[in-house]
Design a protein around this ligand. Structure first.
Ligand code: SF4
Length: 396
């Protein structure tokens, strides 16, 4: 068991009470009946991929709003994963929660079911901003649920915040950061708002004029980092901060190339050297289940003969080439504060990073966007400011 490969599992719960104005995630409101059918389908899908050749080190319920699951539903899904995969006894099991859907009873039930990490989507502590975003909760409602979660026994809580909101002053954002830090969650994710095409925010012609400018955004980022450092948080990825020992195991897997299986509508997988994702159409996903579901399984994700014996709702299946793996190694690894290791690159690809990326490294070093030594390569502060540009230099 000692040297067994490891992997993660992501389970997508695409349901939300109502759509937030900025959201382009695969999520929508649904009836209880629809949700129940979906959970049945999920269990069939998970069982269809049963395998024991990877130890599962993290299980993540994302969405959507996974905290719409009842305790019993969460328990069923976790048991289903445990019945079909070697789920480590110390696996990190996270559920994303919207404060508007959490209750004390749910917290207790989730803990009993095996959930050991709660990731709460707060986004702002200012009610005016929460209303602009279209969130279904107030700051007070969040506070009540946060303290309830603590009282019930959650000892690993992450809180999501968002910067660069419409009409947001730097001081507004720092108020939210400080209020959250004072609550002492183990982990804080702080992303800036992205305006996505097709969302109500994306269609609002007046919105761009209400967004903080680049200088204000940069000030928010650095001042928040300083503030959080003062409260004992380490930044370990461009947008993620943790108390020592509480870095997200699941997300670190994405940034370090750990394989993962994604279950549910639209979920992506990277497994046995292949990438693919499930269809995004709920009717299609559900229609593929029923009495005959068992006959189609078991499926073999990552079958060498490209896509052979895959579940019928899988799309864009392709074997990942070595070039893609190198790109991801650099592109994702450089998001981490510790950067990428020259030695690990060489062990993985049997070539030095300078052989492959010498030109890009020299160029970005000249521009002071990365710093390197004999062991590691990482983004500088200036590199973080223009990370999209700096990281894109590692794409072939
Ligand atoms: S709660 Fe999250 S997933 Fe649901 S609509 Fe809002 S941002 Fe999107």
């Amino acid at each position: 068991m000692k040297n067994k490969k490891t992997a993660s599992i992501y389970v997508h719960i695409p349901f939300c009470i109502k759509k937030c104005g900025y959201c382009d995630f695969l999520s929508f409101p649904a009836t209880e009946t629809m949700r129940a059918s979906y959970l049945d389908a999920l269990c069939h899908e998970i069982a269809g991929y049963a395998s024991d050749d990877r130890e599962i080190v993290s299980l993540y319920f994302g969405g959507g709003t996974p905290s719409l699951l009842t305790g019993a539903q969460a328990e069923t899904l976790i048991a289903c994963v445990g019945d079909n995969f070697p789920l480590r006894t110390d696996a990190e099991i996270t559920i994303e929660a919207n404060p508007g859907t959490l209750t004390g009873r749910k917290c207790a039930d989730y803990l009993r079911a095996g959930v050991n990490r709660l990731s709460i989507g707060l986004q702002s502590t200012i009610d005016r901003e929460l209303r602009i975003l279209g969130r279904i909760h107030t700051y007070d409602e969040f506070l009540e649920q946060y303290h309830t979660a603590r009282d019930k026994g959650f000892s690993n809580i992450s809180i999501d915040l968002m910067s660069a909101l419409p009409d947001q002053a730097v001081s507004d954002y720092l108020t939210s950061v400080e209020r959250v830090a004072r609550l002492r969650p183990e982990h804080i994710s702080a992303y800036s708002l992205t305006i996505e095409e097709g969302t109500p925010f994306g269609k609002d012609p007046e919105l761009p004029g209400r967004l903080p400018d680049e200088d204000a955004e940069r000030e928010m980022y650095y001042a928040a980092g300083e503030l959080l450092r003062g409260f004992g948080y380490e930044r370990y990825e461009i947008s993620n901060y943790a108390k020592p020992g509480f870095e997200s195991l699941h997300n670190t897997g994405y940034w370090t190339g750990r394989e993962y299986l994604g279950f549910g509508l639209g979920a992506s997988s990277y497994y046995r050297g292949a990438r693919y994702h499930n269809c995004r159409d709920l009717d299609r996903y559900l229609s593929l289940w029923g009495d005959s579901a068992g006959q189609r399984a078991p499926w073999t994700p990552g079958d060498v003969s490209a896509g052979k014996n895959m579940a019928p709702f899988v799309e864009d299946y392709h074997s990942v080439t070595e070039r893609e793996r190198m790109e991801e190694f650099m592109f994702l690894g450089l998001r981490r504060t510790e950067g990428v290791s020259r030695e690990t690159f060489q062990e993985t690809f049997h070539r030095t990073v300078d052989d492959v990326y010498g030109d890009a490294i020299r160029k970005l070093e000249r521009e002071k966007l990365i710093e390197t030594d004999g062991k590691r390569i990482k983004l500088t502060d200036k590199g973080i400011d223009v990370s999209n540009y700096a990281l894109s230099e590692f794409l072939f």
